[in-house]
Structure formats: C-alpha cells, structure tokens
Write a protein that binds this ligand. Structure first.
Ligand code: ADE
Length: 246
C-alpha cells in the first residue's frame, strides 16, 4: 500500500518509523512518502497561509501550494492501478473514522493524506480534487486538534495494521475491541496472584468453552457499561425482536 502525506510538519511522521509500522515499511508492505507543503510555496518566506476571505479570525491555507503538491503526487501514481488514489483530508468537519472505515481503507492501494493547519484549507482545493477524483473529509472524533497530523498518524496506524502481513499473528486482529462491535474483554497474564488480586479462576481452568463464554460475557458487560449505544437491542436485553416494518 502506498501512503503519501502532505504536511508543513514532516517531523510528526518520524513516529511511523517505530514499532510494527516501521517494520512494515522496512519490509516494503507499506510505502510511506512524506511531502513538505512548504516545498510548493515559492515566495521568500515559503508562505502557505493567508487571511480569510470575508474577514474573521485565524489564517486559511492557500490553494496554490496544495495544488502543486497534490498534482505532483497524482502524476506520480501508478497508472496501472485498478483505482485512482483516494485523497483524505483529516478534518473535524468530516465523517467519523471507525474500525469499519479502517477496514474499507485497508483495501485501497494508494491513500493520500492532506494535513490542514490553522482554520483549514481553502475550500477550492477540496472542490478541485473531488471534481477530478476521490476525496473524503474524515474526523477522528468530536474534538479539535491543532492540525491533521495527529489524526493522520492515528488513521495510518489503524489502516496499515489491517494490511496483510503487517501484524504478525492475524488472529490478534480478530479478538479486539470494535472488530465484533463490542469492546474487548479484560486480559491477564502471570503471576496468578499480584497484590492479592487474582486472575479470574476460569482463565486458569483450561476449559476453553468456559473461557470463551466468560470473555463474551465480559465484553457485553463492559460495552453495556461504557458504550451501550454499540449494543444491539437483543444484547441490551430488549427482547422484542426488530421487525422489518418498524
Ligand atoms: N483536525 C483538527 N481536528 C481534527 C479531528 N478531530 N479529526 C481530524 N482532523 C482534525
């Protein structure tokens, strides 16, 4: 999978050299290319922002550097690929990123992340690339970050770990929070007793069916407590079955 990132802070993406993603890069499973937006600003100060049209607080990112950066990346995309690159702009105004979206995006062969700063990017950049290809605005949650960099790192990590081969043991992808719509059950390791806190005896019983049932119960209970909106009506204990006509 090829991943291009456009940013005024390339240093943020040094984090992608670490851990599993760093290994995946070394092994050629993901090809990450980070581009400095300021390389596409041609005045003496390498200016990428300007005051908002119509007035108001803050600064808006100018369209010209974005146009040059994105045109360069698109021109360099694999012409033999089945699909054109998908451009993602992290934005608190976008659709919310979920595990389902991560799975969907893990199927793509080329993602481009455009990291906005300040009060955002001139709207014409979105309009231009949406008219020419595929663009999505994506939020990682209902809070405001200083820019798209941290959101991009979160999304790249969630997506790249679903690319076959990135996570060594694919089974560890299955039993995780959100993969089955529930939060993950609690985990324990040795020693069996720590500060008088015991590993639940069922986990030491060797009874695999009982362990699976306990974990399922814990998942449902935790989800009910913390994120009840994730449960189906049946799981919530509302026994009346849902009818198509409802
Ligand atoms: N940029 C600023 N806040 C953001 C958020 N919550 N998600 C994605 N991009 C952002």
């Amino acid at each position: 999978m090829r991943l291009d990132v456009v940013t005024i802070f390339p240093g943020y993406f040094d984090a992608l050299e670490l851990s599993l993603l760093g290994k995946a890069k070394q092994r050629g499973l993901i090809d990450v290319r980070v581009h400095d937006l300021r390389d596409h600003a041609h005045d003496k100060h390498r200016t990428v922002d300007d005051t908002p049209a119509g007035g108001g607080a803050g600064m808006v990112m100018k369209p010209e550097p974005w146009g040059e950066a994105l045109d360069g990346i698109l021109a360099d995309a694999d012409p033999a690929a089945d699909t054109e690159p998908l451009i993602i702009f992290p934005s608190p105004a976008g659709e919310v990123f979920t595990q389902r979206m991560a799975r969907e995006l893990a199927e793509e062969s080329h993602l481009v992340f455009g990291c906005g700063r300040y009060e955002g990017i001139d709207q014409r950049v979105f309009d231009e690339y949406a008219a020419r290809g595929r663009v999505r605005l994506v939020s990682i949650g209902d809070y405001i970050l200083n820019g798209g960099e941290v959101a991009t790192i979160a999304m790249v990590e969630a997506i790249a770990r679903l690319v076959p081969g990135v996570v060594g043991n694919p089974e560890s992808l299955v039993e995780e929070s959100h993969e089955d719509g529930l939060l993950e059950y609690p985990s324990y390791t040795k020693p069996a007793s720590w500060r008088s806190r015991e590993v639940p005896p069922v986990l030491l019983s060797g009874n695999h069916a009982a362990i699976a049932a306990w974990r399922q119960e814990q998942s449902v209970e935790r989800t009910r407590r913390v994120r009840p909106e994730l449960l189906t009506r049946e799981q919530r204990g509302e026994t009346r079955p849902r009818h198509a006509a409802e």
